[in-house]
Design a protein around this ligand. Structure first.
Ligand SMILES: Nc1nc2c(c(=O)[nH]1)N[C@H]1C(S)=C(S)[C@@H](COP(=O)(O)OP(=O)(O)OC[C@H]3O[C@@H](n4cnc5c(N)ncnc54)[C@H](O)[C@@H]3O)O[C@H]1N2
Ligand code: MOO
Length: 394
């Protein structure tokens, strides 16, 4: 069977899903999610001309004073009247400018005796000095969050000031993680000969932890067709089912037959990549199904290239594929075989990218040291240090 190119497999996977329907999301829950419909300001900010400093609101034309203080304007409680020639209003940062006044002299530059105010230092240089004009940040109706915005703490502040208490954002996908393999036991559990701690589910949970999704670990399922089939059947209320292990061609690799026996379907299997070739993609009821290879490095690389983009896509991200950039190679690399090679690599002191020595797809120590994957397309000739290569930061 011909292996599917990575880009084609990614496109097919993303085409199988759409951003999930929106739900009302409290502002405190919006960071790390994407806006799928432009959001406009419900109010102008500031709503009125406000003082930017603590001092006295005056008319610039009255400089250099003196003035008679006729009242006070504090944030939340403005001055009821207007400022006439020769008058000043005590004012605080964030308080509304009284009508008639057009600038603020800061309190450090004036001397006050009773209601009499005189300039003792520097005058405000121009009309409008120390005043925030109404709408100078943004005006009502302004599109503060264009479609596709990735929401950060900065956007949350903006959105609150624009009058919103919540946003309608795609619901977070619910993801079920299934570790297949009769040899596996939970991390930290006692091991009998031949047993192995299951690392993939905790790794995937860590990879997904920064993304808007809900992850549940459905535990370890033995390599038994009936058990695995029952497990997959029970999970079709999730948005994404992710299994690890059992994706290849051995007699105990049961994910494909179990998915089919559960009523699911396979869309594609086997990708032109190393590691990660046996990746399975299909549907199980309404759930998207990703069968990642069991080898920890293969599971990591396929999750980086397929699972995380799928989650971002369902969460409304307009460009869900992993970041990719050019870097200078710090060491020679051999010619590449028939699959795109995702080589675990780290930056050297000169800022060049160097492949790590240990490239086995079961070697987690090498994976832990990697800072990026060098992408070497299938059939590439040998590359020399100093050449430019494509790199995916991880
Ligand atoms: N004859 C062939 N053999 C293999 C092929 C092939 O094309 N023909 N493909 C190889 C490739 S490439 C990969 S990758 C592996 C992956 O196969 P599976 O997805 O079926 O993985 P398993 O056999 O179940 O496990 C592989 C390896 O990883 C360990 N494992 C499994 N799950 C976990 C887990 N949750 N945590 C930690 N380690 C796990 C498992 O014990 C095995 O050692 O197949 C090649 N074979
Ligand atoms: O594709 Mo496998 O993931 O080489 O080990």
């Amino acid at each position: 069977m011909a292996l599917l190119p990575v880009a084609e497999a990614q496109a097919r996977l993303l085409a199988m899903a759409a951003p999930l329907p929106p739900e009302e999301t409290a502002l405190a829950e919006t960071a790390g999610r994407w806006v799928t419909r432009e959001v406009g300001a419900l109010r102008s900010q500031p709503a009125a001309d406000l003082s930017a400093m603590d001092g006295y609101a005056i008319r610039h034309a009255d400089l250099p004073g003196p003035w008679t203080v006729i009242g006070e304007s504090a944030a939340g409680a403005g001055f009821g009247g207007a400022v006439a020639p020769g008058e000043a209003v005590r004012i605080y940062t964030g308080a509304p400018m009284p009508p008639g006044a057009d600038c603020v002299v800061i309190q450090e530059e004036v001397t006050r005796e009773g209601q009499r105010l005189t300039l003792s230092g520097e005058e405000p240089g121009y009309p409008g000095r120390n005043v925030r004009k109404a709408g100078s940040d943004f005006s009502e109706g302004f599109p503060i969050l264009p479609t596709g915005t990735f929401l950060t703490a900065r956007h949350v502040a903006l959105t609150a000031l624009a009058g919103h208490g919540a946003l309608r954002l795609p619901r977070r996908p619910r993801i079920a993680l299934v570790s297949t393999g009769s040899e596996l036991v939970p991390p930290g559990a006692p091991l009998r000969p031949g047993q192995l701690p299951a690392s993939n589910a905790v790794m995937l949970q860590a990879m997904l932890s920064g993304l808007p999704c809900e992850t549940s670990d459905c535990g370890i399922i033995a390599d038994d067709l009936a058990t695995l089939t029952g497990c997959f059947r029970d999970l079709d209320d999730h948005d994404i089912i992710v299994s690890t292990g059992g994706a290849s061609v051995g007699d105990h690799d049961l994910v494909k037959p179990a998915l089919e026996a559960a009523g699911g379907s396979i869309d594609f299997w086997k990708i032109r990549m190393r590691p990660g070739k046996p990746l399975i993609c299909g549907m199980n009821g309404k759930a998207l199904f990703l069968g990642l290879p069991g080898n920890p490095v293969s599971a990591f690389v396929t999750a980086h290239l397929f699972l995380l983009p799928l989650v971002r896509h369902m969460a409304g991200c307009p460009a869900p594929l992993p970041d990719r950039r050019e870097a200078v190679l710090g060491a020679d690399m051999p010619a590449v075989g028939g699959r795109d090679d995702y080589v675990r690599a780290a930056w050297d002191a000169e800022g060049r990218i160097r492949p790590l020595t240990q490239q086995d797809s079961a070697a987690t120590l090498g994976l832990s040291m990697a800072e990026a994957l060098i992408l070497r397309p299938a059939a590439s000739p040998a590359a020399r240090a100093g050449e430019s290569v494509a790199v995916l930061p991880i």
